[in-house]
Write a protein that binds this ligand. Structure first.
Ligand SMILES: NC(=O)CC[C@H](N)C(=O)O
Length: 304
């Protein structure tokens, strides 16, 4: 498969598209990002990298980090994790509070904010320095020691993070949060602020396409059964109330973030990341979804 040729033709096609959405503005720092940024990177074998545009520029990966913290938590908690967070699509926006009251404070899945805050609670409870450990995990699976949090984004999100503050306090009242809310929120806002490029994301997500192993070194990071579960959750819950649409259009497990990034994998084949900051009304990158739809259509390959 000539991936570079396919990516180049996607780049060209996308340049003619009208984009109607908006850059995320509820986190003030994200509103400052140049809406014209666009890049895509595909990684499919030892040192086999293909990309175009701004694919090596760092951006705020936001909710994409929920996959990393889930992977770390599965290693700590095993199956007991599912007593604290469920595995069903929410059909609701990522920052919704409504299901928690009826469902005893158990979030529908680890990829909505409520679920990620429970995961943060578990990591704060079990690790001495969860921020350092998350950074170490991401640096290891990418092989890139330069990856950092963006303190300005973390502070910006903290200053307007009323929904996340409400979610964690509400779940504490319902008995599903163990630690103090302050360190949980501090860890959560930092995890969301992680700055990575499409190339970094494609490298990191290769472990989910490669049965839990780092492709370049062969080192095992996750058990195959954990990878199965994480990929199933990405397929069913990775795009909030647009998870069905993403499966329907693209047909790959993936995860998005309000920074405009999307990562997807084709098991035993490739990982791919795309970045375009303009979001559709569901909070997913408008051009990113279209570019990935073109990828699986032009290659004729998806998980279905
Ligand atoms: N969907 C997202 O990327 C949401 C993450 C964002 N930091 C928030 O908590 O609201």
């Amino acid at each position: 498969m000539d991936y570079q040729k396919i990516l180049d033709s996607i780049n060209e096609e996308m340049s003619y598209r009208d984009v109607t959405g908006q850059v995320a503005s509820y986190i003030p720092e994200l509103a400052k990002v140049n809406p014209k940024k666009f890049g895509m990177h595909l990684y499919c074998g030892q040192n086999q990298h293909y990309g175009f545009g701004d694919h090596e520029e760092n951006f705020s990966v936001q909710s994409i980090t929920k996959v990393f913290t889930l992977a770390m938590t599965m290693k700590i908690m095993g199956e007991d994790l599912w007593k604290r967070v469920d595995v069903e699509p929410s059909g609701n926006p990522f920052n919704s509070l409504t299901q928690l009251e009826q469902e005893s404070g158990i979030p529908r899945n680890p990829f909505i904010n409520a679920g990620a805050l429970v995961i943060s609670d578990i990591l704060v409870d079990h690790l001495d320095d969860p921020k350092a450990e998350l950074l170490a995990f991401v640096r290891k699976i990418t092989g890139d020691d330069e990856i950092q949090y963006d303190g300005t984004i973390a502070a910006s999100e903290k200053s307007t993070g009323y929904r996340n503050i409400a979610l964690v306090n509400y779940m504490k009242a319902l008995g599903n949060i163990k630690c103090d809310v302050e360190p949980i929120l501090d860890f959560y806002f930092h995890q969301c602020s992680l700055a990575m490029s499409c190339k970094d994301l494609a490298k990191a997500f290769m472990i989910f396409a490669n049965k839990g192993n780092i492709l370049e070194t062969g080192e095992n990071i996750l058990k195959p059964e954990s990878v199965k579960r994480i990929n199933a959750l990405m397929q069913t819950c990775g795009f909030y109330d647009e998870a069905g649409e993403f499966s329907f259009e693209v047909g790959l497990p993936g995860k998005s973030g309000v920074g405009g990034g999307i990562v997807a994998i084709h098991p035993d084949n490739y990982s791919v990341a795309v970045w375009s900051p303009i979001l559709n009304p569901k909070g997913n990158s408008e051009l990113g979804m279209k570019a990935l739809e073109r990828l699986t259509t032009l290659t004729g390959v998806s998980v279905f």
